[in-house]
Ligand binder design. Structure first.
Ligand code: HEM
Length: 196
């Protein structure tokens, strides 16, 4: 029996939460191990990783079929915030690749990638508290961590309501779970590159 078939949560968002718990703690530890709050220069490497991740998902955030499900989807994308943050921090844009941007995804997969990006806004509230010590804020250098319009909790609730309501067949369900894990792996890859 695969790990995922043992999961019992009725809600998809809860199942994705559960299977990404471990990758999330590993990523959290990895972020901390790079000491991103030691200086604005170190924090800029973290922002560069966020930029690459948002860039990966930029086309999904602007996908007409997904916007039908989540009307404010384009406004949720933070690629522009990270571009401005990197300019504030005087760090050039890292070069990305097209591997994820150009991937054709089914609905389950697409929503799972967005789940990870949208979920990262919850942790951002904690990261934002560290910014004053660096002279940064949601209007300078750490815009991408700022409170989304309408509030973090509300935005997350609205997104997961959609995620939980779409119908997926067993294969798409499986692909969604794999995509959530892949999204954490991708962020890890960006982080390692940007801090190298
Ligand atoms: C690329 C994806 C993600 C990154 C880089 C990320 C990063 C982080 C980091 C570094 C923290 C620690 C903040 C601190 O304690 O100082 C954190 C906390 C948190 N993250 Fe994430 N996260 C990601 C995805 C997610 C997802 C998908 C969810 C929800 C489904 C989520 C929910 C949370 C919550 C609720 C916290 C608050 C503390 C906790 O309960 O552990 N994050 N995140």
């Amino acid at each position: 029996m695969s790990a995922s078939s043992q999961l019992s949560h009725p809600l998809r968002s809860q199942r994705l939460n559960q299977i990404t718990h471990e990758p999330h703690s590993r990523l959290d530890n990895l972020v901390k191990s790079h000491d991103p709050f030691a200086s604005p220069e170190r924090f800029a490497h973290f922002v560069a990783a966020q930029y690459l991740f948002q860039r990966d998902l930029q086309n999904l955030y602007n996908d007409p079929a997904l916007i039908e499900l989540v009307p404010d989807l384009p406004q949720r994308c933070r690629v522009q915030h990270t571009v401005l943050d990197l300019a504030d921090l005087k760090r050039g844009l890292p070069e990305g690749d097209e591997r994820i941007r150009n991937r054709q995804m089914g609905l389950g997969e697409a929503l799972a990638w967005l789940f990870v990006s949208e979920g990262s806004k919850l942790g951002a509230a904690f990261l934002l508290k560290r910014m004053p010590a660096l002279g940064l804020s949601e209007t300078f250098g750490a815009r991408h961590l700022g409170e989304p319009e309408g509030g973090r909790a509300q935005g997350w609730k609205a997104f997961t309501a959609v995620l939980d309501s779409v119908e997926l067949d067993a294969e798409q369900e499986r692909l969604a779970e794999a995509a959530a894990i892949a999204a954490f792996e991708r962020f890890t890859e960006h982080l390692e590159r940007c801090f190298a």
